[in-house]
Write a protein that binds this ligand. Structure first.
Ligand SMILES: Cc1ncc(COP(=O)(O)O)c(C=O)c1O
Length: 258
């Protein structure tokens, strides 16, 4: 018996296989094709022969956690607590799955803005929740009338993705103000902000939820070293969330043995 009877193979696998079979340029899967920084390759090469390959502390290697806190401070002027507000994950995808699993159960409704990364819906379904899909506007900006109309007493979480896959759309100040106004009305709704493309923006600066003081207390932010450092195959990402949310996420994350 399938827990996800209506979920088919990931669109990324389908399209990547087709691209490979037809020798086509693969625009379907989000792997940045910038070259990997030489310094990263050098560091990895040296570490490979160093005796550091056993389990790390549950939340991640302390030196990596420290770098994440410094990066967050430098780029977003947000101070996060190294021991309680950051968690290294097996890619952003596992972080997103774990965050959903920590908070969603029992037909809780999760608002997903379409088109969207295809791991959100199955993660919600496996957790026992109900995905509620809301179309973006024709220019791929969020439609707050539709979002507001979809909120019910069961709505527990809204997932946003900025910069957006697959359209590249970047949220602006007005989008965030509208979200802040809406969530002020619904203090129990949590926000999951998928920001894996945070360092890949060309025309407009990326606005991170890390910089939104009205949202940070209710938000889990997912980031990906795979995307940021152009090493998607490494599958290393991280979550940032305030302690009270992260405590719950860490309980769920411990089943991955990380
Ligand atoms: C919007 C979005 N979120 C998350 C991910 C996955 O990130 P990771 O490889 O770190 O699991 C992707 C990958 O395509 C993505 O497009």
């Amino acid at each position: 018996m399938s827990k996800l009877p209506n979920t088919t193979a990931s669109i990324f696998s389908v399209m990547s296989q087709l691209a490979s079979a037809n020798n086509a340029i693969n625009l379907s899967q989000g792997f940045p094709n910038f070259s990997v920084d030489e310094r990263l390759l050098e560091i990895s090469e040296n570490l490979l022969t160093t005796n550091i390959h056993q389990y790390t502390p549950m939340a991640g290697l302390p030196s990596l956690l420290e770098k994440i806190t410094l990066l967050t401070k430098k780029n977003y002027q947000r101070t996060i607590n190294i021991s309680s507000e950051v968690l290294v994950t097996n890619g952003a995808t596992q972080g997103i799955y774990t965050a959903i699993s920590a908070f969603i159960s029992n037909e809780d409704e999760v608002l997903i803005l379409d088109p969207s990364y295809d791991s959100y819906e199955p993660s919600v379904l496996v957790a026992g929740g109900k995905p509620v899909r809301i179309s973006l506007n024709d220019d791929y900006s969020p439609n707050f009338n539709r979002i507001a109309a979809a909120i019910t007493s069961k709505t527990k979480l809204i997932i946003i993705n900025n910069p957006h896959n697959p359209t590249g759309k970047i949220w602006n100040e007005t989008d965030f103000e509208a979200l802040e106004t809406l969530l002020e009305k619904y203090p129990n709704i949590l926000l999951l902000s998928d920001e894996v493309y945070e360092y890949i923006s060309f025309k407009h600066p990326h606005i991170s939820v890390n910089t939104r003081s009205k949202l940070v207390a209710k938000t889990i932010i997912a980031s990906s070293f795979g995307k940021s450092l152009h090493v998607t195959g490494w599958k290393v990402g991280y979550l940032i969330a305030p302690k009270q949310l992260m405590d719950e996420i860490k309980k769920d994350s411990s089943i991955f043995g990380i």
